[in-house]
Design a protein around this ligand. Structure first.
Ligand SMILES: [Zn+2]
Length: 321
């Protein structure tokens, strides 16, 4: 892969960039260093703990244990998790009981008591059901690990003018071997339907940021052409400003993922995803090879710090009443 040799170098320059003393390119003034205490050690531990649960497909006992584990971690971060159970009636082969989990960090209401604009950070926690032992270190565990650590970091950080929802989605994976609508995105489609049924909820949801497959030791995020262009560009620009100029791929690729469920309702949405998981192309994806040894703590830190650095820009662009 083209960028693996830059790994340690990138981490070094990232840290320099975050403290604002990298050569002549100072970090953006709206990025306070105090807002960037992403704990890579903790994120890595969270990834490993999920993999130790074994395969975690929707409807399984391991999936239920994982949900309890997510709830406990959010509570330990001082948040109040909400369980959102539903039934995936349309699943091929029969209905499956599923459950999303989310937790809101509310900013003060605006003029006339209008609720603050909300940015949603999301990740799926289910692993694809396979006829072999599929533990999803990258596809499942990595994005949950980063999102849980982001939730802790943002909740403990300075007060913000924008509300955040940390959304953990069940049922992203197709039940069938292949991806064909509507056999996929069960959790995100259900969650957005609930937003449409809750007065004002859709309107206040200003942006959706999805994390998926963010743990590959040889990390390269896609320039997803199904993402909102302007929102994606904020992350591309930020990656350069904090010393990771090669983090995003050079050429666009269309990605089908949970962000589409939000985009279908007009919410600007972006997918931060690495779909080149392996030595040559994407050969570890959805295979027995998606294991801890193919992932790295440095990659989790890169994505976590990228998001923390980009959020002030996302807030100023999308976080208006
Ligand atoms: Zn998958």
């Amino acid at each position: 892969m083209p960028h693996s040799t830059h790994l340690s170098q990138l981490v070094g320059t990232l840290l320099l960039g975050l403290t604002g003393c990298q050569g002549g390119t100072a970090s953006p003034p709206e990025t306070p260093a105090a807002a960037l205490p992403f704990d890579g050690d903790r994120a890595w531990k969270l990834l490993v703990e999920q993999v130790e649960l074994g395969p975690r497909p929707s409807g399984s006992q391991a999936n239920a244990l994982l949900r309890d584990w997510i709830v406990e971690d959010l509570k330990a971060s001082g948040l109040t998790p909400v369980r959102e159970p539903f039934t995936a009636e349309e699943a091929p082969g029969g209905a499956i009981a599923m459950e999303n989990i989310y937790s809101d960090l509310e900013a003060p209401a605006g003029p006339k008591g209008a609720p603050a604009p909300m940015i949603v950070l999301g990740a799926h926690f289910d692993t694809k059901k396979m006829p072999f032992r599929f533990v999803g270190a990258n596809d499942g565990a990595s994005e949950v690990a980063v999102l849980l650590e982001l939730a802790r970091t943002i909740a403990k950080g300075p007060a913000r003018d924008v509300s955040y929802r940390f959304l953990f989605l069940d049922g992203e994976e197709a039940v069938r071997e292949y991806w064909e609508d509507p056999d996929n995105r069960y959790g995100s489609r259900y969650h957005v339907r609930q937003l449409t049924r809750t007065k004002g909820a859709l309107k206040r949801t200003k942006a959706f940021i999805l994390l998926d497959l963010v743990g590959d030791a040889d990390l390269q995020l896609e320039r997803d052409s199904n993402s909102n262009r302007e929102l994606l560009q904020i992350f591309v620009d930020t990656s350069k400003d904090i010393g990771m100029p090669n983090l995003f791929a050079r050429f666009p690729m269309p990605i089908k993922d949970d962000h589409q469920s939000f985009a279908e309702f007009g919410i600007p949405s972006v997918d931060l995803i690495d779909l080149r998981y392996g030595k040559i192309a994407n050969e570890y994806w959805h295979t027995e090879e998606d294991t801890v040894d193919k992932c790295s703590q440095a990659s989790l830190e890169k994505v976590g710090n990228l998001i923390l650095a980009a959020l002030p820009r996302v807030e100023s662009r999308y976080g208006k009443h």
